[in-house]
Write a protein that binds this ligand. Structure first.
Ligand code: ADE
Ligand code: ZN
Length: 316
């Protein structure tokens, strides 16, 4: 099944570039930039990848991102991810980039963006992989900080297709970012937001009604709210679901409890994505494979999930 799933043409719509930083590249960049790491080797770092919740993961994710310093570092990070896409027949990707993770530690917005954007451009030209970058605001920071990040992005308006919202969800509802999303939409950005990963269904309603998003990232907790399920089905709002992430971060205790296939069968436009593949044990194909292994996903269901991902692209 793995080879068949791998060959299936698909799009990835939920991927944090910083979360694709493999331990080997992390160590190589630390050496290149003369940064001391708290782990002795790659193995010791991998052992630290055991999380009880989203916050425990985020703490390590922000620490790992500190090795990214130069334009070349951001290029190398993005290129390594695109090579994975090529190997797994991901023909289109819409990755997230968290500028505040870098600007808050003194890396210029332009340095990070230029490295990422030139790799995406080379990916289109040399690997034939379509792409569109999503500017994601960190929700544990203030809306004013998000506004300043949007200000920094506007001179590079054409580098982005959308704005997004990620980081610590509970206690930071979409309503906190209503004004910055309105301004971004007025500037022509599409909008997406993480909602209903750890946060309640109410956050999904807010993302739809207040932020006017075109997709919900994660959204698995919609399953708890029948009225919301009916709306997602009726309006065919895509959910970018990340099965391995959900089990690694204990959103579901076990993959055999995951509801993605129930949602698919009820007519929700669900897609399969890897979120932070370097930390969660696999890229898109491994996420599909886990659904086959634990939930008995059929080839027909895999085909529908892949088609949903192609249909839910913001750019073509
Ligand atoms: N940043 C990186 N991965 C994330 C996730 N799964 N949820 C929220 N913020 C994130
Ligand atoms: Zn995510």
């Amino acid at each position: 099944m793995y080879d068949w799933l791998n060959a299936l043409p698909k799009a990835e719509l939920h991927l944090h570039l910083e979360g694709s930083l493999e331990p080997e590249l992390l160590f190589a960049l630390a050496e290149r930039n003369k940064i001391a790491l708290p782990w002795n080797d790659v193995e010791a770092l991998r052992k630290a990848y055991a999380f009880n919740n989203l916050q425990e993961f985020l703490d390590l994710y922000y620490q790992g991102a500190d090795v990214l310093r130069t334009e070349q570092d951001f290029y190398d990070l993005t290129w390594a991810y695109l090579e994975k896409c090529k190997a797994q027949n991901v023909i289109h990707t819409e990755p997230f980039f968290d500028p505040q993770t870098h600007t808050d530690r003194g890396i210029a917005f332009e340095v990070a963006l230029t490295g990422i954007a030139s790799a995406l451009k080379d990916g289109r030209a040399r690997l034939g992989i379509g792409s569109g970058l999503i500017l994601s605001f960190l929700r544990h920071l203030s809306e004013d900080a998000a506004q300043r990040t949007l200000d920094q992005a506007l001179p590079f308006r054409d580098a982005f297709i959308a704005v997004g919202l990620d980081s610590s969800e509970v206690g930071h509802p979409p309503s906190k970012f209503q004004r910055v999303f309105a301004r971004a939409r007025a500037e022509g950005f599409a909008a997406v937001a993480h909602a209903g990963e750890e946060g309640p269904p109410a956050y999904i309603w807010e993302a739809l009604d207040l932020l006017q998003v075109s997709r919900i990232d994660h959204g698995v907790r919609a399953f708890e709210d029948e009225r919301l399920m009916a709306r997602l089905i009726d309006e065919q709002i895509p959910l970018t679901v990340c099965p391995l992430s959900n089990t690694k971060l204990c959103v579901f205790e076990d993959m055999n409890q995951h509801t993605i296939l129930d949602m698919l069968e009820r007519g929700v436009k669900v897609t399969v994505n890897s979120d932070d593949p370097a930390y969660f044990g696999g890229y898109v194909t491994e996420n599909f494979q886990a659904l086959h292994d634990s939930l008995g996903m059929t080839e027909e269901q895999a085909r529908r999930l892949a088609q949903n991902s192609l249909d839910a692209r913001l750019v073509r």
